[in-house]
Design a protein around this ligand. Structure first.
Ligand code: NDP
Length: 255
């Protein structure tokens, strides 16, 4: 069985992977044998993550670009082409949060969240899929969804709209690219202990709500997402396409 999950010889790009969930995913993919490419907007953060992975003996490089910038994404993939780097696994993980009641929300903030959390998955996914199709031996795309792909909460409308969109973009990718042996799936994390949630973790009321609302009775840890992503990146999921797998401690199963 172990061979089914072996990613040796494959190259994985994880967007937004210098910290948080993205970093845990990239470490998991590297531990499963993949060569990995760390991405983020800040050179120093990307370099630090690359060094950390290299110190652990993993084959790693960095690619600094903004996932929402179509020109920058095209340039990054052109550089991969020049260097003979073939992305066989793409994880669209980069994301931002912005909290404000909708009646006070400015269009520019709505747009910024939609651009980063939804449109970027299309832009980066398109570049990766074009090459997977041309090479002719398939590939894996994993989009990071959220509990808000299924249910809404007040003050996070653009995030919720984007993550709902991720669910259907994933299905669109499966519908169009399944014929090329590309499997596109999504992983929907519950509330996970990362920098994105710093304010929520420090809010005692919110912390208590998280702990009482899901059957596991606790927050998730970033490394608890890696196994599902490795599965979706591997041969073990060769007939799994268009799915969203929630890694949420059982949150969506209960009232
Ligand atoms: P963090 O804020 O800890 O990390 C986000 C990462 O994305 C950073 O490395 C950041 O790097 C990068 N990033 C942000 N914008 C861009 C951009 N435009 N281009 C390239 N990189 C970018 O967030 P998490 O690790 O918590 O979240 C990761 C993903 O998981 C997101 O999609 C999020 O929506 C999702 N998620 C998180 C949950 C949680 O509870 N934490 C729950 C459900 C889903 P930099 O700023 O240096 O560019």
């Amino acid at each position: 069985m172990a061979g089914l999950f072996d990613l040796s010889g494959r190259t994985a790009l994880v967007t937004g992977s210098a910290r948080g969930i993205g970093y845990s995913l990239i470490e998991g993919l590297a531990a499963a044998g993949a060569s990995v490419i760390v991405n983020g907007r800040r050179q120093e953060a990307v370099e630090a993550a690359v060094k950390k992975l290299q110190d652990k003996g993993y084959r790693t490089r960095g690619a600094v670009f903004d996932v929402a910038d179509e020109t920058a994404v095209a340039a990054a993939f052109a550089a991969f082409d020049r260097d003979g780097v073939e992305i066989g696994i793409l994880v669209n993980n980069a994301g931002i949060q912005f909290r404000k009641p909708m009646v006070e929300l400015e269009l520019k903030d709505w747009q910024r969240v939609l651009d980063t959390n939804l449109t970027a998955a299309f832009i980066v996914g398109r570049e990766a899929a074009r090459r997977m199709i041309q090479r002719g031996y398939g590939g894996k795309i994993i989009n990071i969804a959220s509990l808000t792909s299924e249910a809404a909460r007040a003050t996070v409308a653009p995030y919720t709209a984007a993550k709902g969109g991720i669910r259907m973009l994933t299905r669109s990718m499966a519908a169009e690219w399944g014929q090329f042996d590309i499997q596109a799936n999504a992983v929907g994390p519950g509330y996970i202990l990362t920098e994105m949630n710093t304010a929520l973790i420090e809010n005692l009321e919110f912390d208590a709500w998280v702990k009482s609302s899901n059957p596991s009775g606790r927050w998730g840890k970033p490394e608890e997402l890696a196994g599902t992503v490795v599965y979706l990146a591997s041969e073990a999921s060769s007939y799994v396409n268009g799915q969203v797998i929630y890694v949420d401690g059982g949150w969506l199963s209960v009232l």
